[in-house]
Design a protein around this ligand. Structure first.
Ligand code: GLP
Length: 241
């Protein structure tokens, strides 16, 4: 794991976006894996700026998002499809048909999960996957557990994730309890991975991940230690305990 420590959130966002910009310029048909949550928002803002000010072209880029709440359709303001449209897709020249976010209203979620992995494969696999990290060490919605799914699957959210994510909802009761999430194997198949972590609330989990150097399904992000090309970009708040 390569670790880059940036002074603050703005610098972290600029660094992540410039890595992505370089990759898109080198390969205009890049397949990007995208994440939701607050952490990548600044990176998306910088990518929008790169599009507006430097003509960064997304017309041939495809994207695959990590996860979606079950029960929310793309029109729901708390759905991850809505989030991605609002925070990125509506402001760049991407072809929306090439933007994949799991369908939280799929008729048969289990079959749908296999289809989602198939879609990723048909697109040629993910070139670069952006990840955030939960305070409990989850990546996408792969929560700490005795076993982790390899492929995209239906997952139960833990109490701590429901609490963390309730800030986006009117009340805790409204937070969906299940989601569709790319599996750890789907994530590890990405050619490159960039993990972003910002803020003091991420310092304890980043300390564990970066300093202990052990893997455990109880810390899903630790499985990234097995990947040959992971760059972690942290700000000082998330790095120093
Ligand atoms: C959600 C998402 C994760 C994300 C995490 C952290 O649970 N499913 O992909 O990494 O939130 O979010 P934040 O960046 O807001 O801390």
């Amino acid at each position: 794991m390569k670790v880059i420590v940036e002074k603050n959130y703005d610098e972290l966002s600029k660094r992540a976006a410039s890595l992505l910009e370089e990759e898109i310029r080198n390969n205009p048909e890049l397949v990007l894996g995208l994440a939701t949550g607050s952490t990548p928002v600044g990176t998306y803002e910088e990518l929008i700026r790169a599009h507006r000010e430097r003509g960064l072209d997304f017309s041939k880029v495809s994207t695959f998002n990590l996860d979606e709440y079950i029960g929310l359709d793309g029109e729901h303001p708390n759905s991850y499809r809505y989030f991605m449209n609002e925070k990125l897709f509506d402001h760049i020249n991407i072809n929306k048909e090439k933007t994949y976010v799991p369908n939280g209203k799929a008729q048969n979620p289990i079959d749908y999960c296999a289809e989602y992995d198939g879609d990723i494969e048909r697109a040629g696999g993910i070139d670069i996957q952006i990840l955030g990290i939960g305070t409990n060490g989850h990546i996408a919605f792969n929560e700490p557990a005795d076993e982790l799914s390899v492929g995209t699957s239906v997952v139960q959210l833990t109490k701590s994730t429901i609490e963390d994510n309730s800030r986006f909802f009117d009340s805790m009761d409204e937070v969906p309890k299940t989601a569709i999430s790319m599996g750890i194997g789907s994530i590890l198949k990405a050619r490159k991975i960039i993990l972003l972590a910002s803020g003091k609330n991420k310092a304890p989990i980043m300390q564990k991940l970066l300093k202990e150097n052990v893997i455990s399904t109880k810390l899903p992000a630790s499985l990234l230690l097995l990947h040959p090309d992971v760059t972690v970009i942290v700000d000082e708040d998330a790095y120093n305990i």
